[in-house]
Design a protein around this ligand. Structure first.
Ligand SMILES: O=C(O)CCC(=O)C(=O)O
Ligand SMILES: [Fe+2]
Length: 194
C-alpha cells in the first residue's frame, strides 16, 4: 500500500491498517532498542491525563518511553522519516495541517491491556491522527493483544503483527488493547497540529 493509497483510505474511512509498513530490518532494530530500554529500566509504567490530572493508570498496563525528537537514535530517525512521508501525504490530500509527531515505545507485559478510550485530551485538541506501529515479528490470532477499533458498524480487530501500522482519527475512533498471552511491543504516535 503506497502512501497516497493510505491517505485515500483515511479520507474515506477515518482509519487504515497498513501491513508491512516497516520492513523487517527496521522493525527488528526498533524492537531490540525497546527491549534494551526495558532491560535498563528506562520504560516506565504509563500514566494518563496531563498536568495536574496526570495519574498512574488503572486503565492501561503498558510501560513506555517517549522518543526524543531532538536526539533520535538511528532506528528512531529512520522511523521518523518514514512517518514524515505519511504526514506530508496526509496534509496534501486531507489538508490536516499536521506539524509533528510525538511517539513513545510501549511494552505490554502478558495480561496487560488498555481499556476503551479516545486519544484526545479533554483540554487539548493538538492530537489529530493516531499512528501505532507494531514491533512483534510474527503474531497469531490466538496470542490475543488485538487493537480493537470501535467503528460505527461494529468492532474491528487489528492483529499487532510486526511491521503493521494502524492509523485512525484521534478524536473520532474509540479503541482498546486486548490483553495478550505474550509480550507485546509497539510504538504509539500522534500526528499533531498547533
Ligand atoms: O497499542 C495499541 O494498539 C494502541 C495503543 C493506544 O491506544 C494508546 O497508546 O493510546
Ligand atoms: Fe489509544
Amino acid at each position: 500500500m503506497d502512501i497516497d493509497a493510505i491517505a485515500q483510505a483515511l479520507e474515506a474511512h477515518s482509519w487504515c491498517v497498513v501491513p508491512d509498513f516497516l520492513d523487517k530490518r527496521l522493525t527488528t532494530a526498533l524492537a531490540e532498542e525497546c527491549r534494551a530500554f526495558d532491560a535498563g529500566a528506562s520504560l516506565v509504567p504509563a500514566s494518563t491525563g496531563r498536568g495536574a490530572g496526570r495519574q498512574r493508570s488503572a486503565l492501561r498496563g503498558d510501560r513506555t518511553r517517549w522518543f526524543e525528537p531532538d536526539c533520535p537514535t538511528a532506528a528512531q530517525a529512520d522511523f521518523f522519516s518514514r512517518m514524515d512521508a505519511v504526514r506530508v501525504a496526509l496534509n496534501r490530500r486531507l489538508l490536516l495541517g499536521l506539524e509533528d509527531l510525538e511517539a513513545h515505545y510501549a511494552l505490554y507485559p502478558p495480561g496487560a491491556g488498555y481499556m476503551r478510550h479516545l486519544d484526545r485530551f479533554r483540554d487539548d485538541d493538538a492530537r489529530v491522527m493516531s499512528a501505532v506501529a507494531y514491533l512483534n515479528g510474527e503474531w497469531h490470532d490466538t496470542d490475543g493483544g488485538h487493537l480493537r477499533l470501535h467503528l460505527p458498524d461494529g468492532p474491528h480487530d487489528v492483529v499487532p503483527r510486526g511491521g503493521t501500522l494502524a492509523l485512525f482519527l484521534s478524536a473520532e475512533i474509540e479503541h482498546e488493547v486486548l490483553p495478550a498471552s505474550r509480550e507485546r511491543l509497539s510504538i504509539a504516535g500522534w500526528f499533531r497540529r498547533r
